[in-house]
Design a protein around this ligand. Structure first.
Ligand code: F6P
Length: 473
């Protein structure tokens, strides 16, 4: 799915084949062992799989921890990856201070506005670090890119980089992709005026700015129109990243997943239904209200007691930020409270795991009767797309209307307002009582919609659209 805001003209020269990707988190990370050895860990995800479709490529990313920094210093690295050793304090201010505590909060509308945000001198200091961090990426990309190469800049961490790169290298084709929602203009305007303008101009330095859904693209266009008077020459695209069906189906049937299914079945107990959720422990994922909704279900419909188990995987995320640590603690304490209130000797109402384990997530996807995906706001939410693909017996999907995935999956999901705990409890009941036939029919249609644009096609679609655009200024 590609939709262009402004019509593009056909290019007269054939673009260079080199493709550069820029993102904060790279495809590989290093841990420094006590004996001084470096252990490399490769990551997954849409970009890794998308970029594998391209031969001539370079991924520019930031060194995130001590292991990464040590790898850069020792000259250890993977071919096709350039890690930038940006000063650790500059990185922390840019990543934790601005990207995760301001831009993430704005786009996911997470502020408690009576008391926050406060844009003071400390914010301005961190903003300067965000500029420095973006400039480091722009410089590295300008250095590495062949004439006319395509550069795909990722996410809110790097909103200024396209504009900075455009100034250094007017010959490049530059795309920017937002993996988050985009804030509606009234909320975006919480930002100081000059910062709001700088962010929009930064992204508009790209030839194309792309989003996961039409809704986020329209919000961006709305901000540009209201604040700057328009989007200028930048074209706007929408590419809805889908689930990687081949990979998931194969991976979900490996022996380690079978083992974990057996362990989970044991924890759930014979003959009980399961409500499954898998998330990073992220404020926008709404895990706490999900638990409240489950408690409301047990309270309002006692017939479900002893007959259902809520399997909740809440994996650690951004633990440098106090608000994330507090949120993790809130999830754990509410799960304990529910288990204390309703649990019996033979029944644990909530099975909560906080240690990341991909094989166990797939096991839970396979045996889920109901999947609960209730974010406050989410760019896409791939869990909503992955569960129907992997599910063994068909799974009813309870889905927030504020997730990007709602645009494609809304018809066959049971849709909820994520703030409405009573409504979510009712939706859980409806999902648990859905007939087998209806469940499998819906799961089949959900899986089809979820896999419409798998990662490689998603990536190539963006690249193609960027190359077809008129030559850069
Ligand atoms: O949704 C935006 C995003 O950058 C995703 O691509 C990714 O899943 C998530 O945030 C990860 O965040 P972090 O790199 O801070 O762990």
């Amino acid at each position: 799915m590609v939709s262009e805001h402004t019509p593009s003209t056909t290019s007269s020269a054939s673009p260079a084949s080199q493709v550069l990707v820029a993102s904060n988190r790279g495809p590989v990370s290093y841990t420094l062992g006590e004996d001084g050895t470096l252990d490399a860990k490769r990551g997954g995800g849409g970009l890794v799989s998308g970029l594998s479709a391209v031969d001539d490529k370079l991924w520019v990313c930031a060194a995130l921890g001590d292991g990464d920094r040590e790898a850069v210093r020792r000259g250890v690295g993977e071919p096709g990856v350039r890690m930038l050793d940006i000063d650790a304090e500059v990185h922390a201010d840019a990543y934790n201070g601005i990207a995760n505590s301001v831009l993430w909060f704005v786009h996911h509308m997470l502020y408690q506005t009576p008391v926050e945000p406060v844009f003071d001198a400390e914010f301005r200091r961190q903003w300067a670090a965000y500029e420095t961090y973006n400039r480091a990426f722009a410089r590295a990309l300008a250095e590495e890119a062949e004439p006319g190469a395509s550069v795909l800049v990722q996410d809110y961490h790097l909103a200024l980089a396209p504009g900075m790169l455009r100034e250094l290298r007017p010959d490049l084709r530059i795309g920017h992709f937002s993996h988050t929602p985009w804030a509606p203009v009234d909320y975006f305007r919480l930002l100081p005026d000059d910062i709001a303008e700088q962010l929009l101009h930064g992204i508009l330095g790209a030839d194309r700015a792309a989003f996961l859904t039409r809704r986020w693209a329209d919000a961006f266009i709305g901000c540009c129109t209201e604040i700057l008077g328009g989007t200028g020459r930048t074209r706007i695209g929408v590419h809805g990243l889908g689930a990687d069906a081949d990979f998931l189906r194969e991976r979900a049937h490996e022996p380690d997943v079978d083992e974990r299914m057996a362990a989970l079945r044991e924890q759930v107990g014979e003959g009980r239904k399961t409500i499954v959720r898998v998330d990073r422990t992220e404020l926008s994922k709404n895990i706490v209200r999900g638990l409240h909704a489950y408690r409301a279900l047990l309270e309002a419909r006692p017939e479900w007691r002893e007959r259902v188990v809520h399997i909740a995987f809440a994996y650690p995320s951004r633990q440098d930020l106090a608000v994330y640590r507090d949120y993790t603690a809130a999830v754990q304490s509410l799960a304990t409270e529910i288990n204390g209130q309703y649990g019996t000797e033979s029944w644990t109402p909530v099975v909560l795991h906080v240690k990341d384990d991909f094989a166990r997530s797939l096991a839970a996807y396979r045996l889920a009767d109901v999947a609960l995906v209730n974010p406050i706001r989410d760019g896409m939410n791939l869990v909503a797309k992955e569960v129907p693909v992997v599910s063994d017996q068909g799974c009813a999907l309870v889905l927030s209307r504020e997730a990007g995935a709602y645009e494609e999956l809304g018809e066959d999901a049971i849709v909820v307002n994520p703030y409405d705990v009573t409504g979510t409890a009712d939706a859980l009941h409806e999902a648990l009582t859905m007939s087998g036939d209806e469940r499998s029919g819906r799961t089949k249609r959900l899986a089809e919609a979820a896999t419409a644009l798998p990662p490689q096609a998603w990536f190539l679609e963006q690249l193609e659209a960027l190359r077809q655009d008129e030559l850069p200024r």
